[in-house]
Design a protein around this ligand. Structure first.
Ligand code: HEC
Length: 254
């Protein structure tokens, strides 16, 4: 690593979005879990049943995001904005949230080890990318990638972008030779024009092998998106990201 030390000052000059977070996490081309998005606001308090109500409420957009936008003292990263600009950020974010959805679908019964397709449909956020993953439960800090429950993602997920066409850009970022049966998928190249009712969207179809142990398993999709103007949101500390879960479906493995 030492020989790259001279690059460090250069890295610091890059706009912060080159390092990820606003504009997603372009280098984490691997499986992860919703806990990673600690700065994102959670759409519902019920994603954190292990927390006292007050602590769970703090994770909601109203308290985690809008309270910071309105705050007129440090550490608010919004201090330089006028009241009007602040109001617009909040209204725009509310509009985006009300237009953001995610669903998971698939067969409710499967033979142990049997292969099935699980489809995740996500729409919303402000782009330029959105992220989805398949997890066991709709839990903000304790959900796990489905592989932890014994499901195997069999091969490359099929990703369809906003234009409805197959999109391979994310999977192609994997180092040559590494398996591409990823769980976490960024659906890229998203347009956002709320006045024309255009929101990012995409569909990921996972081919999965069911666990070997019979039983009732639950599955949910996690959807990660942003709510502020991505090209101007150069602040890491803005809690303008979101975590939204689909409803949990139950799959009986026989
Ligand atoms: C340091 C705070 C922070 C952490 C940690 C974080 N994010 Fe974010 N993320 C953000 C912000 C801020 C935005 C929203 C940008 C916006 O409002 O448009 C965002 C947005 C996103 C988006 C949507 C793209 C966009 O720009 O709107 C995805 C996808 C995403 N994050 C994935 C992740 C994943 C996966 C992790 C964990 C590996 C993660 N984030 C961790 C701050 C963070």
């Amino acid at each position: 690593m030492k020989r790259f030390a001279f690059l460090l000052p250069l890295l610091m000059l890059l706009p912060s979005n080159a390092l990820g977070y606003p504009n997603g996490t372009p280098f984490y081309v691997t499986d992860t879990s919703p806990f990673c998005a600690s700065c994102h606001s959670a759409v519902k308090a019920e994603y954190m049943p292990e927390f006292p109500a007050e602590a769970a409420n703090k994770e909601l957009p109203e308290n985690k995001h809008y309270a910071l936008v309105r705050m007129s003292a440090p550490p608010s990263p919004y201090l330089e904005l006028t009241d009007e600009q602040k109001g617009k950020i909040i209204n725009d974010a509310k509009l985006i949230d009300s237009n953001s959805t995610v669903s998971v679908s698939g067969p409710r019964r499967v033979k142990a080890g049997g292969e099935v397709k699980i489809i995740v449909k996500a729409k919303g956020g402000n782009g330029p990318v959105i992220g989805v993953m398949l997890v066991d439960r709709a839990l903000r800090f304790q959900s796990r990638p489905i592989a932890s429950e014994g499901w195997t993602i069999a091969g490359e997920p099929e990703v369809k972008g906003q234009d409805g066409k197959a999109q391979k850009t994310w999977l192609e970022r994997r180092i040559k030779g590494l398996p591409r049966n990823l769980n976490f998928i960024l659906i890229e190249n998203q347009r956002f024009d709320p006045e024309k009712n255009i929101y990012p969207e995409g569909v990921v179809t996972y081919t999965v092998k069911a666990p070997q142990s019979p039983g009732s398993y639950s599955l949910a999709a996690a959807f990660l998106y942003g709510t502020e103007n991505a090209d101007k949101a150069g602040f890491f500390q803005r809690p303008s990201g979101r975590i939204l879960f689909s409803e949990e479906i139950k799959v009986q493995v026989e």
